[in-house]
Design a protein around this ligand. Structure first.
Ligand SMILES: O=C1C=CC(S(=O)(=O)O)=CC1(O)O
Ligand SMILES: [Ca+2]
Ligand SMILES: [Fe+2]
Length: 347
């Protein structure tokens, strides 16, 4: 009999190892506008304006940029015991952590999940001031909350089954007519996703996304980076996603960690929420306006650490790779047959 999984509410925080804490602080606080809950010489604890738990992002100084943990909040403290039993049953490494092992977080359970990611489950956390209406503090690029994790994993169907075992449901995916699955979006909170599974060599972190209330806040970050002559930190977008329908921007932090700014996806909370499956050759799947997906968006991702802080070895993806099955710079798969002005014709 399979053990009962912990009741996951949502994605809740991530810890990134960064090599220059000061440069990272400038990026995440001065440019992205995240609120500092606590900081010292070793780490900075950040939250977005609607968040009242201690943090949704930890930046920890270290020698090599990497993901240290992805954390999900569970509904009750009792879910931690369920997590221990469930993951012990899966035969993966499981560690209990006392309250305070992570500043601001109560008792927790940390695992190396079946996909190789360092994952934490917690319920109790310190409450801090919620800045929802502290408009005196919001900048023009105000971010509201952590929205999702995007992880790179070689076998998307296997990863989907693992997350379905945790009670996540698929909202959208990308397939081809042979049934190869290139990516899937899965949720516990009633939005498009808490975690996206991107097919590729993994385990690696593709990105962490914060939601804003408005598109103009994302556009302000673009203008702000331009004013600082840091436009090279803009990797992809701004644009409108096909999958999720969200307005988006991808930026790269000083270590190359990818952060997405994201707004206006849609509600998925009813039990019969329809799954949307996109064809990998649909050039509006990743950008609704058909703009190209820059090659680095497919190739680059952050290494992840095991529970001892060592980099996890990568497993190569054996299925077809999305960047290979679309023509040239992505986004022109079905327009590539016509004479076109789009970049894809020239690469
Ligand atoms: O959050 C996301 C929603 C949609 C997309 S996609 O590029 O439209 O597939 C990418 C993404 O996973 O970052
Ligand atoms: Ca708007
Ligand atoms: Fe995303």
């Amino acid at each position: 009999m399979t053990a009962t999984p912990p009741d996951v509410i949502r994605c809740a925080y991530a810890e990134l190892v960064v090599t220059d804490l000061e440069a990272s602080r400038t990026f995440y606080v001065d440019i992205l506008g995240l609120v500092v809950t606590y900081e010292d010489d070793e780490a900075i604890y950040l939250r977005a304006f609607e968040e009242y738990l201690h943090h949704s992002l930890i930046l920890r100084k270290g020698d090599t940029a990497a993901l240290a943990v992805l954390a999900y909040r569970v509904r009750t403290p009792a879910d931690l015991d369920l997590a221990v039993a469930y993951y012990t049953g899966l035969g993966v490494r499981v560690e209990r952590r006392p309250a305070g092992a992570t500043r601001g977080i109560g008792e927790a359970v940390r695992i190396e999940d079946p996909l190789g990611f360092p994952v934490e489950f917690f319920h109790d956390a310190e409450h801090v001031e919620r800045f929802t209406q502290r408009y005196d503090q919001h900048g023009a690029g105000a971010l509201s909350r952590l929205d999702h994790f995007n992880v790179v994993t070689p076998d998307v169907p296997a990863a989907r089954s693992y997350y379905e075992g945790l009670g996540f449901r698929v909202s959208e995916d990308i397939q081809d007519d042979e049934g190869t699955v290139y990516a899937a979006w899965m949720f516990r909170k009633p939005t498009v996703h808490d975690v996206a599974l991107t097919g590729g060599d993994g385990p690696r972190l593709h990105h962490i996304a914060f939601a804003s209330q408005e598109r103009h806040q994302i556009l302000h970050v673009c203008d702000h980076l331009g004013a600082l002559r840091k436009s090279d930190m803009i990797e992809r977008g701004p644009g409108r996603h096909g999958v999720s329908n969200a307005f988006y921007l991808y930026v790269r932090d000083p270590d190359g960690h990818r952060i997405e700014l994201y707004t206006h996806d849609y509600y998925t909370g009813d039990p019969d929420n329809p799954v949307i499956t996109w064809d990998v050759h649909d050039n509006q799947r990743r950008d609704w306006w058909g703009n190209p997906v820059v090659p680095s968006w497919y190739s680059d991702a952050s290494p992840v650490l095991d529970l001892d802080g060592k980099a996890q070895p990568l497993i190569e993806r054996s299925d077809a790779r999305e960047a290979d099955v679309t023509i040239g710079a992505d986004g022109f798969s079905y327009t590539s047959k016509q004479e076109g002005f789009k970049l894809g014709e020239q690469v």
